[in-house]
Design a binder for this molecule. Structure first.
Ligand SMILES: O=C(O)CCC(=O)C(=O)O
Ligand SMILES: [Fe+2]
Length: 388
């Protein structure tokens, strides 16, 4: 699939983004010659980019496990960790073909004509990426993770309006370049020559534009520094499978908030810590059959604390957008779907603990242990369900 915009963001209207499905041969031919057309010379031609073709899904025999690591510089953990995670949940997923399929899918091929652009972005799931230019020359621009507010300054405001990263940096736009310089944003730029590889570590913003027709191979990977991102991805997938199974088997109760339920606004939003194990679903509306926007885990680094703005019936509305910038709902009490304690206000929990006497503390500890046992039991049941 060749697209006019890469990557596609939530705010992109797919209806006005040109896309073309073609063979690899056609994409190569287009990339090689697109800039020579009359329309391109007049600056009127749209530029389509084959960005992220799942090449090893189509040709698995060409993939090799060594692609999971950057020679000499990192310990490959993606595939071993993926194997280990499957083993811990006892999914029975030991088939190498199934396991390597995941790793193969992390390696993608890009074929672009002159002017093909990947807009500035961070990779998903805290992945590192290596990008190897097989053919052609490509300009890459990178920015530090700590400069996120300068790269996409109105992220928070635009999120609240349902769009994400509205005015993200275009490194080739002179006005934006000037603003970036004035704001002290440091841009790291390099032209990648054929055969060269660039590394974009976890969280680093990156932008690419083809200066000549290009072929690039990209691989997302994890090591000791960002492994939690792989775990998040794994548990996110797993929980969605369990959720889908529950719905199909009719196990998920059809809970919906009453239309006239009271709504309370908290301004500023109250911060909660996710304490439920193994995960909490954030849904697009207050109903257990509504689509899942995101999954929260207590251990997850990125989404451990959530801000809640509204309360409706037994549901809490998230004040911060989830996943693709949409607000969501979480079941507050959880009784109906067997969720134990779901969320805890960290400040309140802390105050409570400090003002407690020894007896109270012992009672609470016992209560927590019991709760933990119940949660472990629940997790075991979920695993069994998954195996079935
Ligand atoms: O177009 C490129 O070379 C960059 C691709 C990239 O960073 C991505 O797809 O995540
Ligand atoms: Fe990327």
């Amino acid at each position: 699939m060749c697209k006019q915009r890469a990557p596609l963001f939530h705010e992109d209207q797919t209806s006005d983004t040109l896309m073309a499905e073609c063979t690899l041969r056609e994409a190569m031919e287009y990339a090689r010659t697109a800039h020579t057309s009359d329309a391109a010379e007049r600056g009127e031609a749209a530029v389509l980019y084959m960005n992220g073709w799942d090449v090893f899904e189509a040709m698995p025999h060409l993939w090799h496990e060594s692609m999971d690591k950057l020679p000499g510089s990192t310990t490959p953990l993606t595939l071993p960790e993926w194997r280990r995670l499957h083993a811990t949940i006892g999914s029975g997923e030991t088939d190498e073909e199934v396991l390597t399929k995941k790793a193969r899918g992390l390696c993608k091929l890009f074929v672009g004509p002159v002017g093909a652009i990947t807009r500035i972005h961070q990779d998903n799931s805290n992945a590192h990426a290596w990008l190897c230019n097989i053919r052609g020359r490509k300009l890459y621009v990178l920015c530090r993770p700590s400069d996120s507010d300068k790269v996409a300054p109105n992220r928070a405001a635009s999120k609240a309006h349902g769009t994400v990263y509205g005015s993200r940096l275009d490194p080739l736009d002179p006005a934006m370049q000037r603003r970036a310089r004035e704001g002290g944003l440091e841009l790291f730029a390099t032209v990648l020559e054929p055969g060269q590889t660039i590394l974009a570590p976890d969280g680093w913003w990156h932008y690419a534009v083809s200066l000549t027709p290009t072929i690039t191979l990209m691989n997302n990977f994890w090591d000791g520094a960002n492994l939690f991102g792989l775990h998040d991805m794994f548990y996110d997938n797993l929980s969605r499978v369990v959720d889908a199974n529950n719905r199909e088997s009719g196990k998920a109760p059809r809970v919906a908030a009453a239309e006239d339920a009271p709504v309370t606004t908290h301004d500023p939003p109250v911060l909660y810590r996710v304490v439920h194990a193994p995960w909490v679903y954030v849904r697009s509306e207050p109903s257990t059959v509504a689509p899942v926007l995101g999954v929260l885990r207590p251990q997850s680094k990125a989404h451990c604390v959530v801000a809640i703005g509204l309360q409706k019936d037994g549901w809490l509305r998230t004040a911060e957008p989830f996943d693709k910038g949409v607000h969501g709902w979480m079941l507050a009490h959880g009784g109906a779907v067997g969720l134990a304690k779901l969320l805890m206000v960290p400040e309140k929990a802390l105050q409570e603990a400090q003002s407690m006497n020894a007896d109270e503390r012992r009672r609470l500890t016992e209560q927590m242990q019991l709760q933990q046992q119940q949660q472990q039991q629940q997790q075991r049941e979920l695993q069994q369900q998954l195996v079935r």
